[in-house]
Design a binder for this molecule. Structure first.
Ligand code: NAP
Length: 452
């Protein structure tokens, strides 16, 4: 007979939900509790994917099915390290899987980075996705804006800044986001890559989409395309790269239409300094670069300045440490070997596992999280006989612990209420067809989730 397992998962984004689902399939004699500090589930899909990407947001449907099966209990509004600590985990569970993702911006160490008007992309994404913990208003008062980075987050930020608010009204953006974007005076969004157009980290669909934004012209600069900048026949060139090179080349040939907003793509620009005036962003200085060995770049010594009133840094995310959990400060991940958490000496911490971006760093698409969860869960299942029995394995005992602390947690039944409420707001909206309007405020989310 197999041993009945109790497993906690911290983080109800795709990484945590996939891990729970795979664990249940691999080891049916398990009861799983999934915790999240936010009252609603789905992590990055709800609070990281841009609202105008319904195809990716659609992944929620399969996550919803997984949680709806009833094999994983969801507890929202529970913060690990405050409402629930490691001692509680050890007391109630055989094992824990951390799936807390990476939600901070990677640091950019250049002068002026702390000026008023210099923003981290992660914060802006949280704002336009209606994350309850960021302020409701965003200072959208710049006409010329820089977005640093050549990854998909930079494209999300640039697109959201460049799009007209009315073209976003059919999405799930909250009212405060619509009003903020509507008042934005932006005319020019400049995206800067420190390497060349052949070294971009975008993906084809996301890149092509830029050219389809209503009333926005794409501007590229001939000096950024040295002769032979892209060689389709070179070894290792992927189909994705070929498609993107063709998309960019089509923009080089395309005349501007006189749109009211422009989205500029600049390459070979290494950030050097954000220039301030009276404490506010007034411009930015870059060093031009050129290709060196192995796809890296070197500075040419030529400096260029742009007048700008806001800078968004989309140069990658970074994971946050969890109280008492071994953390690698250099890479922003929980220390682990193939998902088994290890301490500084490399020794396994029994019963601790990690998956998703907090395990491997903030790279890869949501689908990659599945194979990642499979590795972690397979290792957990292989360790079952080594896992110590908890003192309080009863399913109600953790509820008692949370109740004793006065934690106002939400549940799956609560999410169904909040979900319905948001969809009703969408139906009630007049003028444009909307599937949902997000509720932003944490207290309001908890109160709707927990009402009778
Ligand atoms: P990313 O793909 O790693 O891109 C980061 C970008 O920042 C790169 O262009 C990088 O340049 C640049 N960068 C890093 N440090 C820099 C510095 N000091 N100065 C200037 N530039 C710097 O990361 P991401 O955009 O945060 O995306 C994370 C993951 O989520 C990716 O896998 C992405 O595809 C995925 N994602 C997907 C979507 C979607 O719609 N499908 C949306 C958002 C995110 P180098 O290449 O030179 O290092």
């Amino acid at each position: 007979m197999s041993k009945s397992l109790r497993v906690a998962i911290v983080g109800a984004g795709p990484a945590g939900i996939y891990a729970g689902n795979i664990l249940h399939n691999q080891y049916p004699d398990v009861s799983i509790d999934l915790f999240d500090s936010l009252p609603a589930p789905y992590g990055l899909i709800r609070y990281g994917v841009a609202p105008d990407h319904p195809r990716i947001k659609g992944i929620v449907n399969s996550l919803h099915e997984m949680l709806g099966e009833g094999t994983i209990r969801f507890f929202g509004n529970v913060t690990f390290g405050r409402d629930l600590n490691l001692e509680d985990i050890r007391e109630h569970y055989h094992a824990v899987i951390f799936a807390t993702g990476a939600i901070k911006d990677a640091e950019l160490d250049i002068p002026g980075v702390d000026l008023d008007g210099s923003f981290g992309a992660a914060d802006f994404v949280s704002w336009f996705d209606g994350h309850p913990d960021v302020p409701r208003t965003w200072p959208l008062n710049a006409e010329q804006v820089a977005v640093l980075g050549n990854g998909n987050v930079a494209l999300d930020v640039a697109r959201m800044l460049a799009k007209h608010a009315d073209d976003l009204l059919s999405t799930d953006i909250p009212e405060n986001v619509y009003q903020g974007l509507k008042a934005s005076p932006v005319t020019d969004v400049h995206v800067f890559g420190r390497r060349g157009p052949a070294q971009i980290k975008f993906t084809p669909i996301e890149l092509r989409e830029l050219g389809e934004i209503n009333d926005v012209d794409i501007v590229v600069y001939e000096e950024d395309f040295p002769d032979g900048w892209f060689d389709e026949d070179a070894e290792g060139v992927t189909n994705q790269q070929k498609v993107m090179a063709r998309v960019i080349n089509s923009w080089r040939e395309q005349p501007l239409t006189g749109a009211s907003r422009r989205l500029h793509l600049h390459f070979w620009h290494k950030p050097a300094e954000i220039i301030g005036d009276a404490g506010k962003v007034a411009g930015m200085k870059f060093e031009r670069t050129q290709l060196a060995e192995g796809g890296s770049v070197v500075g040419t010594g030529t400096m260029v300045n742009y007048p700008l009133q806001a800078v968004y840094r989309a140069i990658g995310y970074f994971g946050s440490a969890l109280p008492e959990v071994p953390f690698d400060d250099k890479y922003g991940v929980i220390r682990n070997v193939a998902g088994r958490v290890v301490d500084e000496t490399g020794t396994d911490v029994a019963g601790f596992y990690a998956t998703g971006w907090i395990k491997r760093g903030p790279v890869g698409l949501i689908g990659h999280t599945k194979s990642d969860a499979l590795e972690t869960v397979t290792n957990l299942v292989a360790d079952v006989e080594l896992l110590e029995d908890p003192a309080k394995p009863g399913q109600d005992q953790i509820l008692e612990t949370l109740a004793e602390r006065g934690v106002e947690f939400t549940t799956w039944a609560g999410w169904l209420k909040l979900n319905q409420h948001e969809m009703d707001l969408g139906t009630a909206f007049t003028g444009v067809e909307r599937e949902r309007v997000k509720v932003v405020d944490r207290e309001e989310q908890v109160s709707i989730s927990n009402r009778d």
